[in-house]
Ligand binder design. Structure first.
Ligand code: ZN
Length: 242
């Protein structure tokens, strides 16, 4: 099965549409959370995600905040403004879809979580130390995560002592070996200084992972954000992906 793995769409419809088109025909879509927050099209993004066949879609921290499932205390001022705006426009039906999202899913050899298997909605896996601790919190071969918006892989072929951090270059296919934690990067708000939308294609027969980047119409999203009155800093960062 060819699976499109995406995360952190953040209500960026132009980016999401471009990624779905660029992925081509896939057998399933796995979305690791944060469909909304920051961007100008929360309803359209939830609706497009809901239409995908063989969909798994998890709860992210921004999703949780936008449906009132968690407090916005940990969010900075501008992120709170985006949460408040999203709450004010989200339809009842889309809110209910987000309310039903699971925090983790185990699918054969893969565990899925937004942040980490240890703290599914909130923990950022950015360093080898916290990643190596997290291998104890899932028992199958692979764990797919999002949340940091950074496309990366933590590989632990020699047990917990040997965890390595790898940044898979775009357009290369990695043959996966158990065990590994993988992040497809962010569709709607990349943070690795590459403004292109980030995603991955996972083949669960060949056990390969292809990290891909695609240019989308950044200006279209920025214009819609300006029209919605969303914070200027979130608009600016899309230009260069920080
Ligand atoms: Zn996010």
């Amino acid at each position: 099965m060819k699976i499109l793995v995406i995360s952190d769409i953040h209500a960026n419809l132009a980016a999401l549409k471009t990624v779905i088109k660029a992925a081509g025909e896939v057998d399933a879509v796995w979305c690791l959370g944060d469909v909304v927050g920051y961007g100008p099209n929360p309803n359209e993004c939830v609706e497009l995600i809901r239409k995908q066949s063989n969909l798994i879609c998890l709860l992210g921290n921004h999703d949780a905040a936008c449906i009132g499932k968690m407090s916005v205390e940990t969010f900075n001022h501008e992120a709170r403004l985006a949460v408040d705006w999203t709450r004010s426009v989200l339809t009842l039906e889309n809110r209910e879809f987000l309310l039903d999202r699971p925090e983790t899913v185990v699918h054969n050899e893969v565990t899925l979580a937004h942040g980490s298997p240890r703290e599914p909605v909130y923990e950022y896996l950015l360093d080898v130390q916290s990643a190596s601790e997290n291998f104890a919190y899932f028992s199958n071969d692979y764990c797919f995560i999002g949340h940091s918006h950074l496309p990366l892989m933590f590989a632990s072929t020699n047990g917990q002592e040997g965890t390595r951090l790898v940044f898979p270059p775009p357009s290369t296919t990695i043959e996966l070996k158990p065990r590994a934690i993988l992040n497809p990067g962010s569709v709607g708000q990349p943070r690795d200084r590459d403004p292109r939308a980030s995603f991955a294609i996972y083949d669960d027969v060949e056990h390969t992972w292809e990290h891909k980047r695609v240019e989308y119409d950044v200006l279209e999203t920025q214009l819609a954000m300006r029209n919605a009155g969303l914070p200027e800093r979130h608009i600016e960062r899309l230009t260069s992906g920080w």
